[in-house]
Ligand binder design. Sequence first.
Ligand code: SAH
Ligand code: SF4
Length: 440
Amino acid sequence: MNVYDSERMAEILAPLGYRTALKPDEADLIILNTCHIREKATEKVYSDLGRIKEIKDARIAAGHPLLIAVAGCTAQAEGEEIMKRAKYVDMVFGPQTYHHLPEMLAQAERRRSMGGGPGRGVLNIDFPEEVKFDYFPEISNPQGAAAFLSIQEGCDKFCHFCVVPYTRGAEYSRPAASVLKDARLLVSKGVREITLLGQNVNAYHGEAPQGKVVWGLGRLIRALAEIEGLERIRYTTSHPKDVDQELIEAHRDVKKLMPYLHLPVQSGSDKILKAMNRKHTIAEYLAILHQFREVCPDLVFSSDFIVGYPGESEEDFQATLNLVKAVHYAQAYSFKYSPRPGTPAALMDNHISEEVKTERLERLQSLLREQQTAFNKLMIGRILPVLWEKPGRHREQLIGRSPYLQSVHAELDSSFIGSISSVKIAGATLNSLTGEQLTV
Ligand code: SAH
Ligand code: SF4
């Protein structure tokens, strides 16, 4: 979502004469778009800011001013703190305010021309009533054949470990007509694959194009599939609790919907799921996977896992390993629990030691790597359609994505970029597949 947000910010700034600089030391404005989900992401903000300050000092010494902005969820959560800790930052603004970027920029420039200095930065961490999507300029320049499209934002679930409901705010779904308009525009500019984005994308409940009804994600996907020229649809991230029959049936009927589903479960233990406030059990999660597999036997799953949540016993962790063994994931992300300020889990008194978290994460990741490699190796000998996205590291090599979101490399000339064509899979590793051009 931050990639999508950064693209929108670039588009908002384009009419003011800004374009993307190739190197930070050539920039007049540096926006650090930040993440707050785990402590590591937040620490990185301050170390990156230290480096950016050196660039600012060097530019000022050479007679060129440079503005520094911090955007995104760390800006939202730590606004004042950033201003205090890094006084050279000119602007701090949250994810719901960046449609105001031109005004904020003008204000920052005015303050700088008046001498700038500590305490003069522009801070905006409001949750405005107006909807930022209504203020974005038309999508002008998609980055390639595969694009992101935000349809939902924020979250009302309040899992006990998570900062999203506080940093991104309450759940909001864009009206279907405006999503469809953006999708048609992307396709007219050469996009072949759209990934629908939302912190809780399948909680989507957008106003229907006609009348007062509301569309769920399944209905929206059916409408998007009618767009000629759009060949692949994906969506991320979904919550098990929000899976409904309509979404399951979309996987049965809509051929453009790719057979890969990221459906995070976080833990294999019902006790931990309850403590996390995830609002479903393992039996319910497995029943959902079963329903998906019944209608779409080709569908593969990916998940997020948190290890070392407060109170997680060795037995709870074993339950996570057992779940992984039962499901066979094609891919997964796993993290050590990271206490986040202001969340209920951070206040619990049964935290797990760092050593135990590290050791459990290693065990889980080793199993997940094994499953991912095994899944990739299953592809050897198969013919897979690939959307070719960009040149690879070697000459005449392209990189693209399979329907299962695997990265595929093949020797092909660059005229294939932006199109889908099939290759025969000849090799597979943990992270990628090698394809060979079909001989006719
Ligand atoms: N809405 C999605 C996830 C959004 S956050 C869902 O409910 O599944 C992305 C992932 O970051 C989460 O799935 C979780 O695995 C991880 N995460 C969130 N907060 C975390 C924390 N405090 N510590 C470690 N991982 C966390
Ligand atoms: Fe965070 Fe996802 Fe839970 Fe919402 S549903 S609180 S985004 S983990």
